[in-house]
Design a protein around this ligand. Structure first.
Ligand code: ADP
Length: 672
C-alpha cells in the first residue's frame, strides 16, 4: 500500500489468500505514505479511517469524514446504487484492482465531481472485516488521455491527407530504405506500400540524378534539403520525370533519422514543353526559310495584320519599293506619314486610304488584283506599281522571329499578303505608245482636215452649180470620202483625248455653266443629223448652274446623245432629262433611247477602251469603242459619275451626275 506497485503486489497476494489482518494502531502511520486517497470503511459503510491524501482530494477534514457513510464521497445520484454494491461486496469481499474500466466519479466537499479510479481490498482490522479503498484522482490523467486521443486523431487525419495527395510522399531512412509510402506513391510508381516498405528507393525506382547521387546527398547533408528533377522507373518499366523536394530530419544530436521526399509527376509537362520547343524551333526555321525565299523575290512582298495593317514580315525588295524601312508592327498609315510617302492612283490623283489595296485586304477581307497605284517616295521620285493584295484567313496562332526579335502574332486578326510589281518599264512603254499615237493623231489632223475640207467643197460647190456637174458615181465616191474623213477626224480627236487623259495632260477649264441651254444646244445640233429620231429635252428647271468645263461636258453629251441616235437604227424617241438633286448638290442628266440596247454579259466591260458590244457590230454600226471611256474619265474628273441601265433590244439609259455650283460661287459668277 506504499506505492502502486507494492499495492498491486499486495492485493494480488491478498486475492489468493485470506484478507490482510492488521491492528488499527499499526496501520495509521502507513496510510499517509500512499499517493492515493485511502479510505477504510466498516461493514456498515461507515468511514473509520482516512489518510491525509483523502483530505486533500475530497476537501474534507479528517474529522468531518470519520463516522460518516462512505457515500458522502459520491454524487447524490449514485449513492443508493452504491449502497447496494457495497453490501454485495461485503457479502463476498475480493480484491478489485484499479483501472478495470469502470467510469467512477468522486464528489468533493464543495460539490464538484471528478473522475476517480478505485481499488478495493478486504482487510481484517482489529479482527473485524473492513474494506480499504484506494481512490486516485484521475482528472489530470483523463485530460492527458483526451489530448492523446486528439493527437492520434490529428495524426490519422494527416495520414489521410498525405494519402489524398496525388504527389508521391515518402519517408526513407538514412540508408534510403522506405519507411513510409503514401497512396500517391503507389499510384505513381505502381509499387504497393507493402512492396516498397524497406526497399532502397534508388534501386527500387532506378533513380537517374541530374548530375550524380553523391551531389544530391552532399547537398542534402549540407543544406538540409534538396530540390530538383529526377527520373524514376515505374514498376511497369516506364519512365517518369518528377519534380522532387527532399528534406533531412535529424535527431537532437544531429544524426540523420529520416529523409522526407515529395515527388510530383511532371512527365507530361516536360513532354509538352519539349514538343513546344521542337514546334517553335521548326516554326523559326520555317520562317527563316520563308524570309530567305521572299527576300530572293524581285517583287516587293509583305505580310500585314490587323485593320490598321501592321507589318509582320517584309522582303528586301519592299524597302526599295517604299524607299524607306517599314518597321515590324508599325501600322501602314503611320509608316507612310512618318516617311512622307504618298499613294495615288495611276493618274496621280490622291487615293483615300480606304482604297489602298493593302487596307482593302485587311479591312474588308477583299482580294485585290492588279490595282494600279503610284508611290511617291520620300526623295520625291514616283514608282508606278501593280498591287495584288490577298486577304488571308485570321491565324489561330503565329509565332516566329523577325529581325532577331520574337514576334507573337495576335490571335484572330485579319491578315493580308501584298505584292508590288514595279511597272515603270511597262508605264514607259505605254507612255511611248501613247506619245506615238498622240503624234500620229496630231499629224493626221491637218491632212485629214484638208481632205475633209476639199471633199466638202467639191460636194457643196458642185451642188451650187459651180464647175461641171458630177457623174453619179463621182458624187457617190465624194460622199464616201466625206463620210470616211468625218470618221477619221472623230477617231483622231478621240485618240488625242485618250493619250491626253492617259498622260494626265487633259486639263479642265471649269466655269459655272447653265446645263439646260447647253443640253438644248447639243440636242438642236444633233437633231439636224436625223429625221428618224425625235430628240426631246425635259426639265422643270430653266437654270441649273453646274461647275464644269462646258466644252468637255458638251463633248460628253454629244457622245451620249450621238450614241442614242446611232444605236437606235430604226429611229424612235431620244429623251434627255435634266433634274436637280438639291441635297446632294448635283445636277443629273439622263439620255434614254429605245434602241438595240447592250447585252447584259457585256455591261461590265462597256467603259473599257476600244470596247464595243457584239450587237453593235452585228448591226454593222461603225464606232471606235473610245467614246464612253473618254466620257467616263471626263465626268469623273469633274467629280461626277457616269453609268447606265440597258436591256438588249429594249433600249438604254445613260446617267450623268455633275456638281452644282455652290451658292456663293453662283452669286459671283455669270453663267455662260
Ligand atoms: P463607239 O460608239 O464609238 O463604238 P462608245 O465608247 O461610245 O464607242 O460606245 C461603246 C459601245 O457601247 C458601243 O460600241 C456600243 O456597243 C455600246 N453603246 C454605247 N451607247 C449605246 C446605246 N445608247 N445603245 C446601245 N449600245 C450602246
Amino acid at each position: 500500500m506504499m506505492s502502486d506497485a507494492r499495492a498491486s503486489e499486495h492485493t494480488s497476494a491478498a486475492a489468493s489468500s485470506a484478507p490482510l489482518s492488521i491492528s488499527s494502531t499499526n496501520v495509521l502511520p502507513f496510510l499517509d505514505i500512499s499517493p492515493d486517497a485511502l479510505v477504510i470503511v466498516n461493514p456498515a459503510g461507515t468511514i473509520v479511517m482516512v489518510n491525509r491524501q483523502t483530505e486533500a482530494v475530497f476537501g474534507y477534514a479528517r474529522t468531518e469524514l470519520l463516522g460518516q457513510q462512505l457515500e458522502l464521497l459520491l454524487p447524490q445520484r449514485l449513492r443508493a446504487v452504491h449502497i447496494d454494491h457495497r453490501e454485495q461486496y461485503f457479502s463476498s469481499p475480493h480484491t478489485r484492482p484499479m483501472g478495470i474500466g469502470l467510469k467512477l466519479v468522486g464528489r468533493r466537499k464543495d460539490g464538484t465531481e471528478f473522475p476517480v479510479e478505485i481499488s478495493l481490498n478486504p482487510l481484517l482490522l482489529d479482527d473485524v472485516l473492513h474494506v480499504i479503498g484506494a481512490v486516485r484522482d484521475m482528472t489530470a490523467q483523463r485530460i492527458a488521455e483526451h489530448e492523446h486521443l486528439q493527437q492520434l486523431e490529428q495524426i490519422r487525419l494527416q495520414a489521410e491527407l498525405i494519402n489524398l495527395a496525388h504527389d508521391a510522399i515518402l519517408v526513407r531512412d538514412p540508408v534510403s530504405r522506405v519507411i513510409s509510402w503514401n497512396k500517391g506513391a503507389e499510384e505513381l510508381y505502381g509499387w504497393t506500400v507493402q512492396e516498397a516498405q524497406g526497399r532502397v528507393t534508388h534501386s527500387l525506382l532506378k533513380t537517374r540524378f541530374p548530375s550524380s547521387r553523391a551531389d544530391v546527398d552532399a547537398h542534402l547533408e549540407h543544406e538540409g534539403k534538396w530540390e530538383g528533377e529526377l527520373t524514376h522507373t515505374r514498376r511497369d518499366g516506364s519512365s517518369v520525370i518528377v519534380e522532387s523536394r527532399q528534406m533531412l530530419v535529424r535527431d537532437e544530436e544531429g544524426h540523420t533519422i529520416a529523409i522526407l521526399e515529395i515527388n510530383r509527376d511532371i512527365t507530361e509537362r516536360r513532354h509538352l514543353e519539349q514538343t513546344e520547343q521542337v514546334v517553335h524551333a521548326e516554326t523559326v526555321a520555317r520562317l527563316a526559310f520563308l524570309q530567305q525565299v521572299i527576300d530572293a523575290l524581285p517583287s516587293s512582298v509583305y505580310l500585314v495584320y490587323g485593320t490598321d495593317a501592321r507589318l509582320l514580315l517584309a522582303n528586301r525588295a519592299a524597302s526599295s519599293v517604299w524607299g524607306a524601312e517599314w518597321q515590324v508592327d508599325q501600322p501602314m498609315l503611320e509608316f507612310l506619314t512618318r516617311n512622307g510617302i504618298e499613294i495615288t492612283d495611276a493618274q496621280g490623283r490622291p487615293l483615300p486610304p480606304s482604297q489602298f489595296a493593302t487596307l482593302r485586304g485587311v479591312q474588308r477581307g477583299e482580294t485585290v488584283l492588279q490595282q494600279q497605284e503610284l508611290i511617291r517616295r520620300p526623295g520625291g521620285s514616283s514608282l508606278p506599281v501593280l498591287v495584288n493584295a490577298v486577304a488571308l484567313p485570321a491565324q489561330r496562332r503565329w509565332s516566329g522571329p523577325l529581325q532577331e526579335t520574337e514576334q507573337q502574332m495576335p490571335v484572330g486578326e485579319a491578315m493580308a499578303l501584298v505584292m508590288h510589281q514595279d511597272v515603270t518599264a511597262l508605264k514607259e512603254a505605254e507612255y511611248l505608245k501613247d506619245e506615238f499615237v498622240g503624234i500620229v493623231a496630231h499629224e493626221l489632223r491637218t491632212p485629214l482636215a484638208a481632205l475633209k475640207g476639199f471633199a466638202d467643197m467639191l460636194l457643196v460647190q458642185t451642188a451650187r452649180g459651180r464647175g461641171v456637174a458630177l457623174a453619179e458615181w463621182q458624187q457617190e465616191a465624194l460622199e464616201e470620202i466625206e463620210l470616211a474623213t468625218t470618221r477619221l477626224v472623230k477617231l483622231t480627236e478621240e485618240l488625242l483625248d485618250v493619250t491626253h487623259l492617259q498622260a494626265g495632260r487633259l486639263h479642265l477649264q471649269r466655269t459655272p455653266t447653265n446645263m439646260v441651254p447647253l443640253a438644248q444646244r447639243v440636242v438642236t445640233l444633233l437633231q439636224q443629223t436625223t429625221t428618224r429620231h425625235r430628240l426631246e429635252v425635259r426639265t422643270t428647271q430653266p437654270e441649273l448652274l453646274a461647275d464644269i468645263d462646258p466644252g468637255r461636258i458638251e463633248q460628253v453629251l454629244t457622245n451620249l446623245i450621238g450614241n442614242a441616235i446611232k444605236y437606235s437604227p430604226q429611229g424612235g424617241p431620244v429623251t434627255i432629262t435634266i433634274w436637280e438633286e438639291t441635297a446632294a448638290r448635283i445636277v443629273g442628266i439622263s439620255v434614254q433611247d429605245r434602241g438595240i440596247g447592250i447585252p447584259r454579259r457585256q455591261h461590265a466591260q462597256i467603259f473599257g477602251r476600244f470596247m464595243r458590244a457584239d450587237n453593235a457590230q452585228a448591226w454593222g454600226i461603225s464606232g471606235t469603242g473610245l467614246g464612253l471611256y473618254i466620257c467616263r474619265e471626263l465626268v469623273e474628273r469633274h467629280g461626277g459619275l457616269l453609268w447606265f441601265e440597258s436591256e438588249e433590244d429594249a433600249g438604254s439609259t445613260f446617267f450623268v451626275t455633275l456638281p452644282l455650283v455652290s451658292a456663293r460661287q453662283g452669286d459671283h459668277e455669270v453663267p455662260s
